[in-house]
Design a protein around this ligand. Structure first.
Ligand code: FES
Length: 570
């Protein structure tokens, strides 16, 4: 936009065919909200609020909105909070991923359509942050992000609990008969006891750290606990920063922050954190909005050269409150400095290198954030697999997997769909051994459930009761960032798209080789061709969101975004 384009409330006039009347009406209606004419003449800062009575992770957002408003007002701006849909992981069916793109559309259009010089994006729970980053890149309105921050762990009967790694740990014990109904009910009441996002390095925390790495957050704010007073101070400071963006002659915009270099930095951080597999999908979507492609072969190259530094659950020991106390993202980025592109910009106007130079003497607790020369693992936590079963790739979180299973050839035990798995997984008559590979089909983007976090297939009850803790499980689904196990995810193309996964049958042999980065179906081509001839796609959706989703959704390696939302609509 040219420098003399209308600003503040004069921006984006409604189209009545008479611009002066449109602005007269707008001023009149804004005056009805009790603002003075002086206030209405200020630069406008939208505050994108994803609070909701159905989103426990965002229950402190009214307080955060007020803190941002304070910062905007004190810096001379006009704060204008507005709601967008809230996407809370456990509150949505078929899954929150199914609505990430809807949240991104809502946010993008409100950023673009409303008279806003800059925006503060308030996100946190799993899909809200990627949705807002996707939207910001597309709308390209100057934007600073404030995340809700992680919840605190709860002291409980001699240990600490936090959502949601401990949720899964105790549920697995309950299934195995090691925890009774009364105890699981007490645990249920102590897993999430404060405001904030899941208290481990799950998807929400991973995406917050990635957003800081990309430069969308004020430095050092990704991991401040939700209930810490610094969280509100960060919100206030972000409001003030948004006013500076709103009044800058040539402000930094979201597309300035998403570049091939900043995406590589984000992948390095993801690997060093041993962060969530979901971040790969979200980063691919964010990159796609900028016309860039996240290359899974490049992920493998970076993974081989990026050590795991951070010792947090689900793969390690600590909680997000420990990460914050240990130095948080400042410490991680300083540790990784020799591996990062330091010229990437951040929302404050500093480059990443300038930020780290200013922060050079910051505190770091080496027990939680290890030095580069003494890592938890010399290689990154995630790898991409390719092969006849995953021509466009699949993801394995090797840091959360059992290395004894990394080189395996075994028999497949196949579930055709989520209902099929639910019906049979605990059947005492199920023909399964601990050496088998469990396969779930039709749980990818087009499988009818929006690519749910179903990739963490439960260990069949009879095996769990016999003490089996891990098996190879493969699917086109996702997995919660708080889960763990030898689990291959995001197989592309998916079964519902007619990918090779659709052709797997119980009894087939599958070969996994983490060393070779391969996942292969050991069935001859003639057999596969005859199975392919008998394959039918899922029934078409008939209306509404289901129809739009089924028509437009892309595969996992392209971020599960909609094709028409990328530059050029492809
Ligand atoms: Fe909101 Fe985990 S449920 S971050």
């Amino acid at each position: 936009m040219s420098d003399d384009a209308p600003k503040g409330l004069a921006r984006n006039a409604s189209n009545y065919g008479d611009r002066d009347m449109a602005l007269y009406l707008r001023r009149s209606f804004m005056l009805s909200m009790g603002w003075s004419r002086e206030a209405l003449a200020r630069p406008t800062v939208g505050i994108c609020d994803t609070g909701s009575g159905l989103n426990n992770c965002h229950r402190h957002f009214p307080e955060l909105v007020r803190a941002v408003e304070r910062g905007v007002l004190a810096a001379g701006g006009l704060p204008l909070p507005f709601p967008t849909i809230s996407v809370c992981e456990p509150s949505l069916s078929p899954c929150s991923m199914y609505y990430r793109n809807l949240a991104a559309i809502d946010t993008e259009e409100m950023m673009r359509a409303q008279p806003l010089d800059a925006v503060v994006l308030l996100g946190g729970c799993d899909k809200t942050v990627p949705a807002q980053l996707m939207a910001a890149v597309s709308a390209n309105v100057p934007a600073v992000m404030v995340v809700g921050g992680p919840m605190m762990a709860t002291r409980f009967e001699g240990e600490r609990l936090s959502a949601c790694t401990d949720c899964r740990r105790f549920w697995a014990k309950f299934r195995a008969g090691e925890v009774d109904a009364a105890q699981i009910e007490r645990i249920e009441g102590n897993l999430a006891t404060t405001a904030g996002t899941c208290g481990v390095m799950g998807t929400a925390s991973t995406m917050a750290c990635i957003a800081e790495t990309l430069g969308f957050l004020l430095p050092g704010t990704a991991a401040i606990p939700a209930v810490h007073a610094d969280r509100m101070r960060a919100a206030e400071a972000s409001g003030a920063l948004a006013v500076r963006l709103a009044t800058a002659k040539d402000p930094i915009r979201p597309r300035d922050l998403v570049t091939p270099e900043s995406l590589e930095n984000a992948l390095r951080v993801l690997l060093a954190l041993s962060g969530s597999t979901n971040a790969i999908v979200h980063l691919a979507a964010i990159a796609g909005r900028a016309g860039l492609r996240l290359d899974l072969h490049r992920l493998n190259a970076l993974s081989d050269g990026t050590p795991v530094l951070v010792d947090l659950k689900p793969t390690g020991q600590g909680y997000m409150e420990d990460f914050h106390a240990a130095g948080a993202m400042g410490a991680v980025l300083r540790r990784l400095k020799p591996l990062l592109h330091l010229g990437t910009p951040t929302i404050t106007g500093e480059t990443l290198g300038e930020r780290l130079a200013r922060d050079a003497a910051g505190f770091v607790d080496p027990a939680v954030i290890r030095p580069l020369e003494d890592p938890i693992s010399p290689v990154g936590g995630l790898v991409a697999l390719f092969g006849s079963l995953a021509p466009r790739g699949a993801i394995l979180k090797r840091a959360a997997a059992d290395p004894r299973l990394f080189e395996t050839e075994a028999r497949a035990v196949v579930f055709e769909s989520l209902p099929d798995m639910a019906a049979r997984i605990d059947d005492p008559a199920l023909d399964v051994t601990p050496q088998d590979i469990l396969v779930l089909k039709n749980a990818g983007p087009k499988g009818g459930y929006g690519m749910p976090e179903a990739g963490y297939l439960p260990i069949p009850k009879k095996l769990a009761a016999a003490g089996v803790k891990d098996m190879i499980r493969i699917s086109d689904a996702r997995m919660s960032g708080t889960a763990y196990g030898t689990i291959v995810l995001h197989i592309a193309p998916e079964a519902a798209e007619g990918g090779p996964l659709a052709l797997v049958r119980t009894g087939d042999r599958i070969r996994l080789s983490v060393r070779e980065r391969r996942l292969d179906l050991l069935v001859d081509e003639a057999t596969l061709a005859s199975r392919r001839a008998g394959w039918t796609p899922p029934p078409p959706a008939t209306r509404g969101w289901d129809l739009l989703w089924q028509r437009e959704v892309l595969q996992a390696d392209e971020g599960v975004d909609f094709a028409f939302l990328r530059p050029g609509g492809a």
